[in-house]
Design a protein around this ligand. Structure first.
Ligand code: KIV
Ligand code: NA
Length: 278
């Protein structure tokens, strides 16, 4: 499949073909994402913090760590459009800092677009990045980088004022130039409403079936992540059992002496050389 472009993503929305997005954090998971011609977008999510690096929150992830992983993902990415999260703190201090850091993600991290959490308060940053040619995916609804100030991971937009905020934010971000909006953890009615109101694609996670596309965390899909399973997660594989079984059987084979097999899994010396050596 040829490289997915923003134009191609807009065409998918137009034809009501659901857009597929999946996260990746390193070279192997990037190859996993690229293995299906049906994947449209690979996201180096800042869930990297918890899923891959063992941090308690995405707010602990630095820009350098994100760039390091993004470079590996880029090396394993073929056709999917490649987007990375701008880490917490890397786009909050000023528009100019945000530009500098987004440029680092493009030049060093080799991404094609960046994702930013926030509403109307980040439109200046979104507008500037768009103006200089860095495509922005906005992220509204539940914003994990605001876990502490939101008092936990909670469904957003359930009240009239909450729903209005999500819609107003999404419209402002579209107006500022965002090429797509990710909507996280909102009622399915709101997921549909925002999607109908916008002219750009919406990518949902826990936002119901009516958004222009869906995204999930790689390890949730693979069933390797043993942390909390959100209501919106579906496990499409059970890699954890496969993995743990592989480790266990390897250890057993070494312990009982059945690995390595001398005939098929070992090298042998030439008989004459061996006689001379002895
Ligand atoms: O970091 C992440 O994994 C995300 C999700 C919404 C997919 O942003
Ligand atoms: Na994220």
């Amino acid at each position: 499949r040829k490289k997915v472009t923003i134009q191609a993503l807009h065409a998918l929305r137009q034809s009501k073909t659901p857009i597929t997005m999946l996260t990746a954090y390193d070279y192997p998971s990037a190859l996993g994402c690229s293995s299906s011609p049906l994947i449209d977008i690979t996201l180096v999510g800042d869930s990297l913090a918890q899923v891959c690096l063992g941090y308690a929150s995405t707010t602990q992830l630095t820009l350098s760590e994100m760039i390091h992983h993004t470079r590996a993902v880029a090396r394993g990415t073929t056709h999917p459009f490649l987007v990375a999260d701008m880490p917490f703190g890397s786009y909050h201090t000023s528009v100019s800092d945000a530009v500098t850091n987004a440029i680092r993600l493009v030049q060093e991290g080799r991404v094609e677009g960046v994702k930013l959490e926030g509403g109307r308060e980040i439109v200046d940053v979104v507008r500037r990045l768009t103006e200089i040619g860095i495509p922005v995916m906005a992220h509204v609804g539940l914003m994990p980088q605001r876990y502490t100030s939101m008092s936990g991971y909670k469904v957003q937009g359930r009240s009239v004022s909450g729903a209005k905020k999500v819609v107003m934010d999404a419209l402002a971000l579209q107006e500022a130039g965002a090429f797509a909006v990710l909507v996280e953890a909102v009622p399915l009615e709101l997921g549909k409403y925002v999607t109908d109101r916008l002219m750009i694609p919406t990518i949902g996670i826990g936002a119901g079936p009516h958004t222009s596309g869906q995204v999930l965390v790689y390890d949730d899909v693979m069933g390797t992540w043993s942390g909390h399973k959100a209501k919106f997660v579906r496990r499409f594989a059970n890699m954890k059992d496969v993995r743990d079984n592989g480790v266990q059987r390897y250890c057993e084979a070494v312990k009982d002496g059945s690995f390595p097999n001398p005939e098929t899994e070992s090298y042998t010396m030439d008989k004459i050389e061996w006689a001379k050596f002895m």
